[in-house]
Design a protein around this ligand. Structure first.
Ligand SMILES: [Zn+2]
Length: 75
């Protein structure tokens, strides 16, 4: 007999910044992604429509910009 698997998804891996299993990331209606305009049910941390891929790409770019600014002594 095998152990029952937990119903919840495992915690996000390192580097994965958004928890997409959180219900607040899901809207009832589709809206165009703020980045690529493709209709999506997903909402990002600003509660704006965004695909998972687009939102994570944007977060990554934001983090890279912050890192670059820090390294340039701008922060
Ligand atoms: Zn998109």
């Amino acid at each position: 007999m095998t152990a029952r698997r937990p119903r919840r998804a495992p915690p996000p891996a390192e580097g994965q910044l958004l928890d997409w299993s959180d219900r607040r990331h899901w809207a009832r209606v589709q809206a165009p992604c703020r980045y690529c305009r493709t209709p999506t049910f997903l909402r990002d941390d600003d509660n704006l429509p965004a695909d998972k891929v687009c939102a994570e790409k944007a977060l990554q770019q934001r983090a890279e910009r912050a890192t670059a600014a820090y390294q340039n002594g701008q922060l």
